[in-house]
Ligand binder design. Structure first.
Ligand code: PGA
Length: 252
């Protein structure tokens, strides 16, 4: 059984204070215990978020949105995996499309980041997804195959035991134009087949594959009904506690 993950990606929103207020508010609602709840604040709000979640005894895992590909060194402005692990960070988003496109992260860089994360015991949430143009040209499968095989190349099943994949079609992120549940399910199924080819079917059947891209309280239930969709990575709609808790409690 794959436990559902509902993850909020706060991007470059919310100060430490605002993160605390959000968690205070979230703690007023019961959260479905059958769902793993993830929140990724910006770096400066991580420490406050971890403390607040523990103060409120909320079962919410705090993560980061990025990390350095290097273990340590003279890399001004970068943050190492060991620094995140030391703060009590649980997971890290790797290869988000905004990192790939705005900050020119390659699959090779993403591969290194994944290594750094796993070495420090962080759960990697590897994001993949095609652009609108790639989809229109019929290249979706090839693009995903390249992103996944290059990111995971040479990694063993044991090394990747906590791997989570997030399928986020670039054309659906922040556009309000989500993939239909059927469209997402088809791609999730292909991703699982590909993981099976590379790492074996028993590994593939245990990997959680989240969908991301304009997920909203109104659309999450239909998405979660699909057999290969194990959760959601949510940007805009994760910024309000009410809307976030509705999505965590999608089964109610
Ligand atoms: P969105 O973002 O929900 O605002 O489309 C998703 C993401 O970027 O992870």
């Amino acid at each position: 059984m794959r436990k559902a993950v509902i993850a909020g990606n706060w991007k470059m929103y919310k100060t430490a204070k605002e993160a605390e207020l959000f968690i205070d508010e979230l703690s007023k609602h019961p959260l479905d215990e059958g769902v793993e709840v993830f929140i990724a604040p910006a770096f400066p709000a991580i420490h406050a978020a971890i403390n607040k979640v523990s103060e409120k005894k909320l079962s919410v895992r705090i993560g980061a949105q990025n990390l350095s590909e290097h273990p340590e060194g003279a890399y001004t402005g970068e943050v190492a995996a060991i620094m995140l692990a030391n703060l009590g960070v649980h997971f890290v988003i790797i290869g988000h499309s905004e990192r790939r496109h705005l900050f020119h992260e390659s699959n090779a860089t993403i591969h290194k980041k994944l290594h750094r994360a796993v070495e420090q015991g962080l759960t990697p949430v590897l994001c993949v997804g095609e652009t609108d143009q790639e989809r229109k040209l019929g290249h979706t499968k090839a693009v995903l195959e390249k992103q996944i095989t290059e990111a995971l190349s040479g990694c063993s099943v044991d090394f990747l035991k906590n791997l989570i994949i997030a399928y986020e079609p670039v054309w659906a992120i922040g556009t309000g134009n989500a993939a239909t549940p059927e469209m997402a399910e088809e791609v999730h199924g292909e991703i699982r087949l590909l993981l099976g080819k590379v790492l074996g079917s028993s590994f593939a059947s245990g990997v959680r594959i989240l969908y991301g891209g304009s997920v909203k309280p109104e659309s999450i239930r239909e998405l979660m009904k699909q057999g290969n969709i194990d959760g959601a990575l949510i940007g805009g709609a994760s910024l309000e506690p009410d809307s976030f808790q509705l999505m965590v409690n999608y089964q109610n």
